[in-house]
Design a binder for this molecule. Sequence first.
Ligand code: PLP
Length: 380
Amino acid sequence: MNSWIEVSEERLAGNYRAIAAAVGADTDVLAVVKANAYGHGAEVCSVTLARAGARWFGVADAREGVRVRRALNAAGFAGAEILVMCGLMPEDVEAIAEHELTPVVWTAEQVGWLRGRAELRAHVEVDTGMGRQGCRPGAELDAVLDSIGSAGLVLAGVMTHFCAAEVAGSEKTREQRRRFEEAIAQIRRSELRPQWVHAGSSSSVDNPADESAWLAEVAKSVGARAMVRCGIALYGYCLPIDGVGASSKLRSALKPAMTWKTRVLDVREVAAGETVGYNATFTAPGPMRLALLPVGYADGLRRELSATNARPGGWVVIGEKRAAIVGRVSMNLTMVDVTGIEGVRVGDEVVVLGDGVTADDHARVAGTISYEILCDAGKL
Ligand SMILES: *Cc1c(COP(=O)(O)O)cnc(C)c1O
């Protein structure tokens, strides 16, 4: 294998415990393991998180839910709850029923697909301002609640998703909170009694605005338990809080769980004036020693990490020292500068992403967010 991902179970469990401590005993933490646990491996992460105390898991679709269910069952966590968060198709209903997954619904049409499956426990998503999925409070929510009642389904949970959770004192979040309270009041007037009310993500926990006290209050008003859905923080990252900077409640307690490694494929000396890689975007200013790495953009190493003489790019870590990328990151190969690192040899281990070169570092150079970097890492 040219490159591989190592996930620290200890760090993953530590991050889960840090989140649980931050939200307090009145709020549960749903562990978001969608997108193959943000590139970390959904099966191994779910089991590790279950051992650390997680009882709820969030996946993108039914197929991923089945994978997580099988892994959790095999590890002895048969009672785990798995929320299918990113949509439902009619053909998913069979797998959802068979594997006891919990679907998120927001239209009467979706509820119709679940009719006659009395054992299913659905969660309703309310759109309070994300403008993506969910029904709006008022007539749309009423229509869904009516359809759940008439289909004989159990409404086990109600949820919403904040669109600006990482912004301190966000006007948008305030408005979303208000609309969610409206939705919960509407449910209180119905005969349905959800067990769970959930909102918020990693940034909501990190944000000094502290949605968890508010959420616990809202959940209590309808006799439910509060839950927050955290993904990125489990893996050791969190967006900086806008308007606060780096000092935040949770972020400092997190440790990146992923290390992406490869090995040196070749080492070559180049003379001044020799160029490196596609389009000769880098010319050696003097004698250099370069290491060839068997990773490239096909593996998820961002091409934006490429470097020219004028503009530095990304770097990797070899023997705890930084080795700068030189020239273009290509499909399967990348060159790095090891001139200043003694004794680099073919076969030496290289950290492409991990301590010393975090997903935040990659994201800054590539102009994206840590989420996307992690999802891409080692994807071949
Ligand atoms: C992905 C997702 C989350 C987790 O968000 P993080 O910022 O990674 O904590 C929470 N809720 C929903 C609905 C999601 O899709």
